[in-house]
Write a protein that binds this ligand. Structure first.
Ligand SMILES: [Mn+2]
Length: 328
């Protein structure tokens, strides 16, 4: 049995870093619209060493959730402190409004490219949070429970829930999961956030009203709902439909919201499909290949369903035929 994977020279660098943080007035800088990895990486310095935090142009929505969980505030503008710790950032273009000329800074990061001088940079790590965690681990410094949970959230976020995990990711997780709860880390990111009952009901009703058809190995369907069309369409795609039309009848018009799975988008361009249909019917439509919408004049629901399913199946079948024809 070998030792846990860790990062080369992390202990020496961690020692230098902590000595400097203790010695000087320090501030942590995160990249603009900082994500959970950036905010979590900054957190041990802010919580344990009272470093200030700077976030040019503020935090992302999920970055905010991490900051709120820890009660941390990030300022905008030019930092006055002596020592700058730059986390999760490789390039000065990610730090608008901050001048690094003649400033002393230490960069902790997992990105390679960029004009900022590296200090504790490990591109083999999947997140900056795991580098920071392994730095504190190497010195035997015990992180507070909430900081450990934030760092796990940063790791989960940047490793795409471990799909991009590296061996060091699990060394960091092994260490952090002894200090905090993994489930808390997920809930900080909002994955267990309870959906509103009205959204849940819309999804259930949409399933109940679903009219579907199989075209080769694609499933296409139409449903009707009074609200939450995009959540409904997303839910139907997640249960296996490839093309979904969600119809909402308004007073004098009918709205259609459509979504297609990536593999169906190869054969059916929803923006084109809906704009053509709308034009014929005297309405308006457009959007993207995989997500589009249309506003149509009033039409009997059954007729609309037949139109949508009929046309979409024909288009799909034709596109697949011409593809297999061209392969021959
Ligand atoms: Mn990152």
């Amino acid at each position: 049995m070998g030792e846990c994977s860790t990062l080369p020279n992390i202990k020496e660098k961690a020692k230098t870093l902590i000595n400097m943080v203790k010695d000087k007035e320090a501030t942590v800088i995160v990249h603009r619209h900082a994500d959970p990895d950036a905010v979590a990486s900054a957190s041990p310095f802010m919580v344990m060493f009272s470093a200030k935090g700077y976030a040019p142009q503020g935090l992302s929505a999920q970055g905010k959730r991490v900051a709120e969980y820890l009660g941390l505030e990030f300022k905008e503008g030019e930092p006055k402190e002596e020592l700058l710790i730059i986390v999760d950032t490789a390039s000065s273009s990610q730090l608008p409004g901050i001048s690094l000329q003649n400033r002393e800074y230490l960069r902790i990061d997992h990105h390679v490219e960029g004009d900022l001088r590296p200090f504790m940079v490990y591109p083999q790590a999947s997140s900056t949070s795991e580098i920071v965690a392994l730095a504190f681990r190497s010195l035997g410094i015990r992180l507070p429970k909430e900081v450990a949970e934030a760092l796990m959230a940063g790791i989960i976020y940047d490793s795409k829930t471990f799909r991009l995990a590296k061996p060091t990711t699990f060394t960091a997780m092994e260490y952090l999961s002894k200090l905090g709860n993994v489930s808390k880390a997920f809930s900080i990111l909002g994955e267990q956030r309870e959906e509103d009952i009205s959204v849940k009901m819309a999804k259930v009703k949409a399933c109940e009203r679903l009219i579907h058809r199989k075209v080769k190995d694609f499933i296409i369907g139409v449903t009707e709902i009074g609200a939450h069309e995009s959540a409904v369409a997303k839910a139907l795609l997640s249960i296996g439909l490839d093309v979904v039309f969600v119809v909402r009848e308004d007073k004098d018009e009918v709205r259609v919201y459509a979504r297609a799975s990536p593999r169906a988008q190869k054969y059916l361009d929803l923006a084109k499909f809906l704009s053509e249909l709308a034009e014929e019917m005297g309405g308006k439509g457009g959007g993207h290949k995989g997500a589009a919408g249309a506003v149509l004049p009033k039409i009997e629901y059954e007729k609309l369903v037949n139109k949508l399913l009929g046309r979409a199946s024909r288009r799909l079948a034709e596109a697949m035929r011409s593809e297999s024809g061209s392969e021959r």
